[in-house]
Design a protein. Structure first.
Length: 336
């Protein structure tokens, strides 16, 4: 079976995912695209050499009989609408993060999916497919560290544009860590606090940078995450899990080591696309294979909801400066 995929949103991520599906992965074909900028959608079709119809809007694309799976890579505030429409049409949908821009929106999706009676949504938390994080997950699950006690982590970007404002450090950046730590630890969050160190001179006026996010889980694990989106030197993801009997450190990306001009050096990646390139491939192939098999896996709507609840509390903590409680509803048996 060839999975006929319609792509809603042909910006950077939408084009990159379309390229992977059409040129690298197996079992999927891009047959339809749309974007708020239709000229951009047409340009992507031309650049990638796709035999795909350009639809006027996402709703008509979803309803097309030519499309049997949907990829939502549009602007975040549109995600809820398109995911709900795909569920109503009975079509599997891969949605890039965020699943919705509010926890309430995520809950709407969960309710619709449960009503549909089967899983139709996979959320784009690609770190679950990264080989390094999977090694950490195996070590924790195999009890090689003893019980996890602490996580030290960092999410660093070289720079961000003027449109990037302080809450986006949570909703656009930390959101990946919020999902990853729940998955690594098989645990939920209990509280959050956000601290603001001395501000870097490289940050524009609308963003406080860096930030330190302090999380506590239900099982008592303490987590500190440095979010530094104007670090200048590169794209750098760090994670150490401290256990009772050892420490697991996330492997550095493979890079060539130079001995030259009296120095020893390694290249540091400059963008997320190269850092998680393999993870994106595995993630999207998993979605295509799941559609073909009639069984969607990977991060669920519940995972998107849990991350959104924690993210909303972290933004509240940015504003209050205090320790804010995180209250997670009981997970429905549907997502067990």
């Amino acid at each position: 079976m060839t999975v006929r995929i319609g792509v809603i949103g042909t910006g950077m991520i939408g084009e990159e995912h379309s390229r992977r599906i059409s040129q690298q992965l197996t079992g999927g074909e891009i047959v339809a695209v749309t974007d708020v900028n239709l000229d951009q959608a047409r340009a992507v079709v031309d650049r990638l050499g796709l035999e795909a119809r350009v639809f006027d809007d996402g709703q008509s694309l979803i309803q097309s009989s030519d499309v049997n799976a949907v990829l939502v890579t549009s602007w975040g505030p549109t995600h809820e609408e398109y995911v709900l429409a795909a569920i109503a049409a009975g079509k599997p949908v891969f949605c890039e993060k965020p699943l919705a821009t509010t926890a309430e929106g995520c809950r709407n999706i969960i309710d619709a999916e449960i009503k549909a009676g089967r899983r139709l949504v996979q959320v784009g938390f690609m770190r679950r497919y990264d080989s390094g994080y999977n090694l950490m997950k195996e070590a924790i699950d195999d009890n090689r560290l003893g019980e996890p006690l602490i996580i030290h982590a960092a999410h660093r970007n070289p720079e961000v544009p003027e449109r990037y404002v302080t809450p986006m450090a949570i909703h656009d950046t930390l959101i990946h860590e919020l999902d990853t730590f729940r998955w690594l630890l098989d645990d939920d969050y209990k509280s959050a606090q956000v601290l603001f160190p001395r501000k870097t001179r490289h940050a524009h006026s609308k963003v406080e940078d860096p930030q330190i996010v302090l999380l506590e889980t239900v099982k008592g694990v303490r987590i500190d995450v440095e979010v530094f989106v104007n670090c200048q030197y590169g794209y750098d993801i760090q994670c150490d899990v401290v256990g009772e009997e050892g420490i697991a450190r996330l492997p550095e990306p493979q890079s060539l080591q130079f001995r030259q001009a009296g120095q020893r050096s390694n290249e540091i990646l400059q963008d997320w696309k190269k850092r998680f390139s393999e993870a994106f491939d595995v993630e999207l192939q998993s979605f295509i294979d799941g559609v073909a098999a009639g069984e969607i896996g990977g991060p669920s709507s519940w995972d998107g909801y849990a991350a959104a609840i924690a993210g909303d509390v972290c933004v509240k903590a940015q504003e209050s400066g205090g320790i804010e409680p995180i209250e997670m509803p009981e997970r429905p048996a549907f997502y067990a």
